[in-house]
Design a protein around this ligand. Structure first.
Ligand SMILES: NC(=O)c1ccc[n+]([C@@H]2O[C@H](COP(=O)([O-])OP(=O)(O)OC[C@H]3O[C@@H](n4cnc5c(N)ncnc54)[C@H](OP(=O)(O)O)[C@@H]3O)[C@@H](O)[C@H]2O)c1
Length: 295
């Protein structure tokens, strides 16, 4: 008697921070993985992965990737226009979706400010439910990699972080922990219906996060507090204004509150969420002299 082949798991956002880690975990667990990217030639994914071209903004371009797929990891980084058409396509091919959303339903001030990203996530969740697609919703808070994105260059170049709301606390989550929960959810049907708010294990002010980076790389890093207006001014040329507004609103609202912390990573994976210090230690080169890391 031969076992029926296991349907491939389709990972969207497979070349991104979370998606790559999801792919690595599924491959390590021996699962057949199909990866979606707009640029297969430069995707640089593990050899055993079936890399398929597709674009979320062109729903019909997903058909080849969805053919015979079992569960789908959905990371939405495209414009909202094609959400309904894409979700309907997923529902007609796949048995289940694991969607990377955000904690927009969590009653903590940090998550309850006007937020276009949260609105989009809520809409995608509604479309998934309307399409009758079984789902697991994964809701990470602030990614630890934000530290690299926001402060890496300032620290490398000048050893100074000029930033607003230094006392605002968040619980940065390591992308590897998000991926571990996603991989578990994708490979085990018992997670259908799961709704998981994921955070790092500790509440840390932004100034303390900068201090941790300094301790790990052995360099004193000055934190220079900016007013919200100074921050708007300094980011005006390089950041979209709605993103700046979203962040300022969230940091202002959370002042005086510890960050929301869950133990869901441990509950789902059996291992506690990695600390921010651990994330910094494993990405220390992002803050040190030398060529900037690409991953
Ligand atoms: N940052 C946070 O603190 C935070 C918190 C909660 C939730 N989130 C959510 O996390 C998601 C971002 O995840 P990430 O950081 O892992 O992503 P990322 O590193 O920014 O990578 C983006 C991925 O999306 C793919 N992509 C972009 N446009 C696409 C399109 N039109 N069609 C198909 N694929 C497309 C890219 O693939 P190719 O270029 O290879 O096509 C790439 O793999 C967002 O939905 C965000 O809202 C973020």
């Amino acid at each position: 008697m031969t076992n029926a082949p296991v349907a491939p798991i389709l990972v969207t956002g497979a070349t991104g921070r979370v998606g790559r880690e999801v792919v690595d975990r599924l491959v390590a667990a021996g699962m057949p993985v199909r990866a979606l990217t707009r640029q297969p030639d430069t995707a640089a994914l593990p050899e055993s992965v079936d890399v398929v071209a597709g674009d979320l903004s062109i729903p019909e371009s997903l058909d080849a990737a969805l053919e015979g797929a079992g569960s789908v990891f959905l990371v939405w980084t495209a414009a909202p226009a094609t959400v309904k058409a894409v979700v309907e396509r997923l529902a007609s091919h796949a048995a289940r979706v694991v969607f990377l959303s955000s904690p927009h339903q969590t009653p903590h001030p940090f998550f309850q400010q006007p937020n276009p990203m949260a609105n989009l996530h809520a809409d995608i969740e509604r479309q998934i439910a309307a399409a009758g697609l079984a789902s697991t919703i994964i809701r990470p808070g602030m990614f630890a990699s934000g530290a690299q994105l926001w402060w890496g260059e300032m620290i490398r170049a000048r050893g100074v972080v000029r930033w607003p709301y230094g006392a605002a606390e968040t619980a940065p989550i390591d992308e590897r922990d998000i991926a571990a929960v996603a991989a578990r959810s994708l490979s085990d049907d018992a997670h259908a219906g799961g709704d998981y708010v994921l955070t790092g294990p500790e509440s840390l002010s932004q100034a303390d996060q900068v201090r941790v980076i300094g301790e790990v790389i052995g360099r004193e890093i000055r934190f220079e507090e900016l007013s919200p207006e100074e921050f708007r001014h300094e980011t005006a040329a390089s950041w979209p204004a709605p993103i700046v507004d979203m962040l300022l609103d969230a940091w202002r609202a959370t002042m005086g509150h510890p960050a929301y912390v869950t133990c869901t990573v441990a509950d789902v994976t059996g291992s506690p969420a990695r600390t921010f210090r651990r994330w910094v230690t494993d990405h220390a080169t992002a803050f040190m002299d030398g060529p900037a890391p690409t991953r």
